[in-house]
Write a protein that binds this ligand. Structure first.
Ligand code: GAL
Length: 410
């Protein structure tokens, strides 16, 4: 009886300890496609293994829809436990307003400065020498995703670059296949245009035009080729009638379309569909012409709250997200590259290896918003969207408008 009582007491103590430590933490993000959900489940699993409880706060739509909701909750006094933003300056004002938890101590403990690469990722988490976010991945936009069997069935070789892809388009169209899948949301159009520009004009021209506002280059023959290619792209995409990026990826996966220009998060969808990189599908970084990547991606921030349990759970989650095991498990599913260079990537697939190789060669370009003011960039992006949606605007007219925007840009 005594023994039984002791067991009972021990069990009660254990339950109490677990209950005291199990903190619910709501985590907001815009990862709602199949591949994204599979990746985010890796975070949830690893966090729950610490005895806490991940409360999923997925917000449907794109980052453009989710970010204003996230920001207004934080500024309106209804903060979540943790939230996604992209690398860069999206949360800068929230940090400056003192609304975000300072992670410097655990960052120092975990030697984040030594392990996170490129260092620019941690720099964008840093304000006045203090660290306010944990970078979780490196995503790049510069990819063309192809369904191999679509080309094989149409009797053409799987393209190895943009020219071969454009040349194969008519063959695909003859068999009722949309050569280029594209979602209708404006960010997808501007992404595709920027990718075509960097791939065909080359990273130096891209940097000179957006950074140095070089109008001669903007109006020259290299850019004329870019606008011609964008003209070809809008023709190849004219029967693509989906909205979301992942619906466009599904067109490629199911063989309704030949390819898609999209960030490497598209790879998460191919993996959920059990397709094998290099066998069933092909990824061409830099459209197979100029292999570069833009080191974008995602970081998590932890809004400050006046509750010691939540703060402890927030710090726990930050540690879990950067741990080697979670970095591998999450990024393999997400299609992105880990932010730490010291993890075991034996399981990396063909496309991840290509990305890692480009990264290790330092073939990295800055994002347009690092090079050009938000106002000027909006004008450029609006032009790209209008060009894609208005077949009456010629490539020459679009280029002339581009030159005048670049000429006035800051
Ligand atoms: C980006 C984000 C990626 C990806 C994509 C589409 O902003 O960095 O992780 O999920 O949106 O949802």
């Amino acid at each position: 009886m005594k023994a039984l009582r002791a067991v009972f007491a021990a069990t009660t103590a254990l339950c109490a300890a677990t209950a005291a430590n199990a903190t619910d933490l709501e985590v907001t993000h815009w990862w709602t496609s199949g591949g994204e959900a599979a990746a985010v489940a890796e975070f949830a699993k690893a966090f729950n293994a610490t005895g806490n409880n991940w409360v999923d706060g997925a917000i449907a739509g794109s980052g453009g829809t989710a970010r204003p909701i996230i920001i207004s909750r934080i500024t309106g006094g209804d903060p979540m436990g943790a939230t996604q933003f992209n690398h860069g300056r999206q949360a800068e004002e929230l940090v400056e307003a003192g609304l975000m938890l300072d992670l410097t101590e655990i960052a120092e403990e975990g030697k984040w400065r030594d392990i996170i690469r490129p260092s620019s990722l941690l720099d964008s988490c840093t304000v006045d020498g203090r660290i306010y976010c944990v970078p979780v991945n490196i995503h790049s936009q510069q990819w063309l995703w192809l369904n191999n069997s679509v080309f094989e069935n149409a009797g053409v070789a799987v393209p190895t670059n943009w020219d071969e892809f454009s040349a194969a388009a008519s063959k695909l169209q003859e068999s009722g296949i949309v050569p280029l899948a594209m979602g209708q949301q404006p960010w997808q159009t501007t992404l595709a245009f920027q990718v075509i520009l960097t791939a065909l004009a080359g990273p130096e021209a891209y940097t000179k035009i957006f950074g140095e506002k070089d109008v001669d280059l903007a109006g020259g023959p290299e850019l004329a080729k870019v606008f011609q290619a964008a003209d070809a792209a809008r023709n190849m995409a004219k029967d693509s009638n989906v909205q979301n990026w992942n619906d466009a990826t599904t067109m490629v996966i199911t063989g309704k379309a030949g390819g898609q220009i999209m960030g490497d998060w598209a790879q998460g969808e191919f993996q959920v569909a059990d397709l094998v990189a290099g066998e069933d599908y092909t990824c061409l970084p830099g459209l197979g012409v100029n292999e570069v990547i833009m080191t974008g991606g995602d970081a998590f921030y932890f809004p400050k709250v006046d509750d010691a349990d939540i703060t402890a759970a927030q710090l726990e989650l930050a540690k879990v997200m950067i741990s080697p095991e979670t970095q591998v498990a999450f990024n393999l599913k997400k299609g992105s590259l880990p932010v730490r260079g010291d993890v075991d990537l034996a399981a990396a697939n063909d496309c991840m290896r290509k990305g890692l190789d480009i990264l290790s060669q330092g073939k990295i370009i800055q994002s347009p918003d690092q090079l050009m003011s938000a106002d000027s960039l909006t004008q450029v992006n609006d032009l790209f969207v209008e060009f894609f949606n208005n077949p009456d605007m010629s490539a020459e007219d679009a280029q002339a408008l581009f030159v005048s925007i670049v000429g006035n840009a800051d």
